[in-house]
Design a protein around this ligand. Structure first.
Ligand SMILES: Cc1cc2nc3c(=O)[nH]c(=O)nc-3n(C[C@H](O)[C@H](O)[C@H](O)COP(=O)(O)O)c2cc1C
Length: 220
């Protein structure tokens, strides 16, 4: 049995932005935890709990503001992809269908999630329905209000949301003055933020999330 595929979703799309750096941090914490059953070796194995972690960046999907003429929840559940009216929706549907579960890494924008994430979620329905989802938020105080809103939206999409939702307070990490957009990937996490997260047990919460997600995948 091939490993189940988990997508870690980078949700903000402005430039420059912190989201790719935070997403990479989440990926690194999960991939380095020996208790999370990841298998990236490409070898055949017999452990049905194995997962792979991959990053999806919403900025690279280039979705316009929602313009689909059909209502996603009204399409045939088993194969909605060919029924969308727009090529970009069909492409996004095909991407999302490849994954068995998702971890959404989102900043807080005005007490909620960025419009880019809500937009990407709204485009589809059956591609999300029933799949496990985890939430990691960040913001001045950890982005808890964004996480709460996202939990409601994902529940509306009938996703199975993991209880543990780590929030990362970003107090010191910033962009170097004069940053160019192509340099955004070079944003470094400030050691004081990293130390604060460790002290608050955030990495442990992330590991719990990483362990809960595969369990949900095998509960019918
Ligand atoms: C439009 C906007 C609204 C924001 N609103 C909040 C907020 O409500 N609470 C908060 O803690 N931080 C807020 N912030 C700060 C962001 O959480 C912080 O800038 C973060 O780096 C944004 O993620 P990004 O760089 O990936 O876009 C806001 C930032 C933006 C751009």
């Amino acid at each position: 049995m091939p490993p189940k595929r988990v997508a870690i979703v980078t949700s903000s799309t402005r430039s420059p932005r912190l989201n790719p750096t935070i997403t990479q941090y989440v990926y690194d914490v999960l991939i380095s935890d020996p208790t999370i059953p990841t298998n990236h070796s490409g070898t055949t194995d017999t452990d049905p709990r194995h997962i792979t972690l991959e990053i999806i960046d919403l900025e690279k999907q280039s979705l316009p503001l929602y313009d689909e003429s059909v209502i996603p929840a009204s399409l045939p559940a088993a194969d909605p992809t060919p029924h969308y009216s727009k090529a970009h929706t069909r492409a996004w549907s095909a991407v999302v269908r490849q994954y068995d579960a998702f971890i959404f890494v989102t900043p807080q924008y005005n007490w909620s999630i960025p419009a880019s994430l809500k937009n990407a979620l709204d485009y589809l329905y059956f591609e999300w329905k029933g799949k496990p989802a985890g939430i990691v938020s960040y913001g001045g105080r950890g982005g808890g209000k964004a996480a709460d809103h996202l939990r409601g939206i994902l529940t509306g999409l009938r996703m199975r949301v993991v209880g543990t939702a780590p929030g990362l307070p970003v107090k010191f990490t910033g962009f170097p003055v004069g940053t160019l957009s192509e340099e955004e990937e070079k944003v470094q996490l400030d050691e004081r933020d990293l130390a604060g997260w460790r002290e608050a047990g955030v990495e442990g919460m992330m590991q719990n999330l990483g362990m809960e997600l595969p369990l949900l995948m095998y509960v019918p």
